[in-house]
Write a protein that binds this ligand. Sequence first.
Ligand code: AMP
Ligand code: GLY
Length: 429
Amino acid sequence: MNLNILLIGSGGREHALAIALKKSKSCSELYANPGNPGILEISKFADVNISDHDSISSFCKEKNLDLVVIGPEQPLADGLTNHLTKNGIKVFGPSSEAAMLESSKGFAKKFMKEHNIPTASYECFEKADESKAHDYINTQKMPLVIKADGLAAGKGVVIAESYIDAHSTLDEMFDGRFGDASVSVVIEEFMDGEEASVFAVCDGEDFVTLAPSQDHKRAYDGDNGPNTGGMGAYAPAQIVTEDILSKVNSQIIEPVLKGMKEKGTPFIGCLYCGLMIKDNTVKVVEFNVRFGDPETQSVLSIFEGDLAKLFWSCADGNIDKSSVISVSNGFSCNVVLASQGYPDSYEKGFVITGLDEAEKEGAIVYHAGTKTDDGMIATNGGRVLGVTGVSEVDIESAVIAAYDGVNQIQFENKFYRKDIAFRAMKKSG
Ligand code: AMP
Ligand code: GLY
């Protein structure tokens, strides 16, 4: 099999996807857009415009592409898959209808309720029902979770500690704090427990799960500070035991695939299950309809197999599980190097040094917010790099390898968490 592939996206997640696709025996040519300096080192730039779907289908036809892999949620929600499949092009990534599992939290909650998928109890309110929403808050226990319905770049969730907080958060959301994303809100019960992520690679009916992982969403050590897109991750996450994973399969992934197929909108792509685990029970915190960032950088660093063939077979509607050799070939820890000030305001344009040295130390360096500047690599975003350590021995060795790599890399305003994988380290003593 010789697959010519186009990868859409520009983050650390897409750099990890690019490396794994490029390594695949079945991958012949890899194109990318927009890409980043790391991605474009191993792929060809595709001269298309992501929001111009016609430009992408023309490019695919011109280059005889076999598969498009879509990294981020926005083009999925915008119907890029619908457009390409209508034009006879195979896509790994769901249709806009199936992407509603992420693009509308209200849709996802209703779907979970209809299919008995374990999740927090909730109610959904439109702005027109504002007073009912305030009355509902008064009947609930604190803390209470208030979520903007639509896509809000991971920022549309507020955990209100008091009734005053909850009422004012609701007012802010309905006053347009998240623009159109918060014209409708979900108010849900607070769940206690430990979070983890499981990615299911799906063909519309069947699936394989990759190594379970754990993200670190807060900006500062010890899970303090503001929520970010994710400051680091490790895999496999031991909190997802065999028993929990079998519950995730039977209580969550299987009913999602069955329910979406029955609706006439089968789910093809990566189903990201954001989980809350407590006392051997598991509930869904959220679904995403694409790979997580930075979890993917850890998960794919220990994946062994032909990812290109796996994705193509899913897009073809017939998953080829033999293309997976091992989903957990060792242990990995990914530390995000961010710009001081992230997730709020930060400066960019600082030269980065030590990338080769970090790789010589054995770390894998995934580019995210970087750019090429006069032949040098410079910072160009909040999350700049993902430095990943891998070990065949244990998670401790992977953590040490990651931070050895981190220490080699320098740029002005470099900022990172020093405790990635602390829960795993605590568990193993
Ligand atoms: P979401 O975008 O829905 O994943 O929410 C972002 C983060 O908010 C999650 O990763 C959790 O840490 C937290 N969160 C969301 N919903 C709940 C909930 N019902 N109970 C506790 N924490 C939650
Ligand atoms: N790491 C969280 C996300 O990708 O949504």
